[in-house]
Design a protein around this ligand. Structure first.
Ligand code: SF4
Length: 457
């Protein structure tokens, strides 16, 4: 088994630490255009061979602004905004219901913003609307992200009673100076109490989010954060890299450059977290998630059966995904479609009866083939040539001659091996998987594109 420090060969990381997409979709959101609409979404749902659906509901509201945040959110103190939002979600659900009546919902995820902005009464209204409109499987996996500052035990019990089984809590960092600099002061003991109450009240799985690269973080402070998180014994941990892009995200202008750890310290923080978590018994999933060895994600990864969608890694195979709410993205068979990013535009489309999907892309056959290859690499570090040839009726190597050519430097550095049966990425190149996958991306010819993505590390 590979030791985590093996990922951190400085020469390799320096050589290949370029900007690259995260490939939550292929083609990536940069290729979205305004040539798709609600009609394309309905057509894709009709044509799709998949009958399993994942629902994503975006709840954009937050009580307070975290300065590092790059999400689509609306900071407000007006709780009644949630009622109006639910009225519009009801309209959107009614609009989508017919096209998805032949699907079974296997997964529901509430993200944001802060889904915990909703009261339990508002959550009850949402779940009731969803269950009336869509056919949920009895064992549908229902998950929700919460902001621990605005949640108590009673609230968690309310969510558990509504059927939520997976909980994701934003911890980020427990150090006070860091919390102050990011405007997110929260109590660690309160989070620990919520985690243990979640277990008692029926949640199967708790995920804790951490961020490295935040202002004032040092190896010493992050060690303390990691120890506190491990003590809470979550089933999963997400470890995100903070990308400081103040030109794109106004809130980040409140974070002074000089507060940020150097590139060298940031790499050391990542290495510290990866080493510490894997030594504690967590398996590294993809590039930035950790799961207990007996967690279904870790088992799926060992079996080469991991999948990836806009909600992250999943074991549930290739479900179609319907996004509901402002800015949410749907991924249905051969199309991606996104709702308006601005709340007033989302409301206006539903009032006027115009298309709620305002941008996205219709995938060509070539896009779909490449998507399969890129997702196999991103999830399982391996592409089965036979699987792709059989599914798409192509001769893999002639079809991908140009891509294989682009793999040459990785092959020469013994990071990738290519044989008649498979393409395999050496585990020590795991942190470079985005860069390796770019070899199969047909849209990356322009240098301009690369500058739009964050650096890999
Ligand atoms: S990090 Fe989460 S809680 Fe904070 S502003 Fe962003 S979406 Fe809201």
């Amino acid at each position: 088994m590979i030791q985590t420090p093996d990922f951190f060969d400085p020469a390799l990381l320096n050589k290949y630490n370029l900007n690259g997409p995260r490939y939550t979709s292929y083609p990536t959101a940069l290729e979205f255009n305004n040539e798709v609409n609600d009609t394309s979404l309905v057509a894709a749902a009709t044509d799709s061979p998949t009958r399993d659906l994942s629902l994503y509901v975006h709840i954009p509201f937050c009580h307070q602004l975290c300065y590092y945040c790059g999400c689509n959110k609306i900071v407000t103190r007006h709780a009644d905004k949630a009622d109006r939002y639910l009225d519009y979600l009801a309209k959107e659900i009614a609009l989508r219901q017919k096209a998805f009546k032949h699907y079974k919902v296997g997964q529901l995820h509430l993200g944001g913003g802060s889904p915990s902005f909703f009261s339990i009464e508002q959550h009850t209204r949402l779940i009731t609307m969803l269950k009336q409109a869509f056919d949920f499987k009895a064992n549908a996996e229902c998950s929700i992200e919460i902001d621990p500052r605005h949640v108590d035990k009673q609230y968690l019990t309310g969510l558990a009673n509504l059927g939520y089984k997976r909980l994701s809590i934003g911890v980020q960092d427990i150090n006070f100076d860091v919390q102050q600099a990011i405007n997110r002061i929260q109590s660690t003991s309160h989070i620990a109490e919520l985690v243990s109450h979640a277990r008692e009240t029926g949640f199967d799985s708790v995920n804790l989010d951490l961020i490295y690269g935040l202002p004032h973080q040092t190896e010493q402070t992050f060690k303390t954060t990691l120890a506190a998180v491990k003590a809470m014994d979550p089933e999963r941990i997400s470890l995100f890299s903070y990308a400081h892009l103040p030109d794109r995200f106004a809130a980040q202008r409140k974070i002074k450059e000089e507060w940020l750890p150097s590139a060298q310290t940031k790499l050391a923080l990542m290495k510290l977290a990866m080493t510490s978590l894997t030594q504690t018994g967590y398996a590294l999933i993809g590039m930035d998630h950790f799961a207990k060895q007996n967690d279904e994600l870790a088992i799926a990864q060992q079996r080469g059966e991991l999948h990836r969608n806009f909600q992250g890694y999943t074991t549930l195979g290739e479900l179609d995904m319907l996004g509901l709410g402002v800015s949410s993205i749907s991924a249905i068979y051969d199309m991606y479609g996104q709702n308006p990013k601005a709340l007033n535009e989302y409301y206006a489309a539903l009032d006027a009866g115009t298309s709620v999907v305002v941008k996205g892309t219709q995938l060509s056959r070539d896009d779909m083939i490449r998507r399969d290859v890129i997702m196999a690499l991103m999830c399982n570090l391996q592409v089965s040539i036979a699987d792709i040839e059989e599914k798409w009726d192509i001769d893999f190597y002639p079809y991908f001659a140009e891509s294989i050519d682009k793999l040459t430097p990785f092959i020469q550095d013994e990071l990738v091996s290519v044989s008649a049966t498979s393409i395999d990425v050496d585990p020590k190149a795991r942190l470079l998987i985005r860069i390796i996958s770019m070899s199969f991306d047909a849209y990356l010819a322009g240098k301009l594109h690369q500058q739009r993505y964050s650096r890999v590390i």
